[in-house]
Design a protein around this ligand. Structure first.
Ligand SMILES: [Zn+2]
Length: 208
């Protein structure tokens, strides 16, 4: 999730859900707040106004997110899918790629709220929910596990196999694979042996 869209990988297809309306809501209230702070002569009145607008902003944002999460959950339910999320606990701000302080706070708040709504709606329907550590999820090549570096705009390029691909798409492909139990990096020989002895790892398929 970033400021303008949610990227997902559903049934073998990359999907993008537009968040520009959500961003617009926050921008609108940010401008309102700045105007109030500039004009404020009576601190008590402006404080009340600011509280009122903050409440309204949150309600409008939540309303938007409720509608979008309901739509996504319907899609997942139709495909009988659960969901794999990036684990946002202790996440570094740069993963949410907001450029300014305000944007970072917003995207963090939005991402957590959005994820929380999706999680409980999915669980309510009995669908599986998993969390994956998103560390390096947009820097690891989904084809060869090579290191990906920033290319043009939102694109990333693999230093090993030269794959060029959108960074959000890299992340969802990796989350899909890692969430299914595959390790983030290619295994070395002792690790392969160790894993092949582990009968409980039903999600692992180790190429020989
Ligand atoms: Zn690669």
């Amino acid at each position: 999730m970033n400021l303008t869209n949610v990227t997902a990988f559903v049934n073998g297809e990359v999907k993008r859900y537009d968040l520009r309306q959500l961003y617009h809501i926050h921008r609108t209230y940010e401008v309102k707040r700045q105007r109030i702070q500039k004009l404020a002569k009576k601190p008590k009145t402006s404080k009340k106004l600011l509280e009122k607008y903050s409440k309204r902003e949150r309600n409008r944002a939540k309303d938007f997110m409720h509608k979008l999460t309901a739509q996504i959950v319907r899609e997942l339910k139709d495909n009988n899918c659960g969901a794999i999320f990036e684990d946002l606990k202790g996440i570094k701000d740069n993963v949410l790629n907001g450029s300014k302080e305000m944007n970072r706070k917003l995207s963090k708040w939005s991402a957590r709220t959005f994820q929380f709504m999706l999680e409980y709606k999915l669980k309510w329907l009995g669908l599986d929910v998993r969390f994956v550590d998103p560390k390096n999820s947009s820097k690891t090549c989904p084809l060869c596990s090579g290191c990906m570096v920033a290319y043009e705009g939102r694109l990333m390029k693999c230093e090993n196999c030269t794959l060029v691909i959108d960074r959000d798409v890299v992340a969802v492909l990796n989350l899909r694979v890692w969430g299914a139990g595959f390790p983030p990096k290619a295994l070395d020989e002792p690790e392969r042996e160790e894993l092949s002895r582990n009968e409980n790892s039903k999600y692992l398929h180790i190429p020989t």
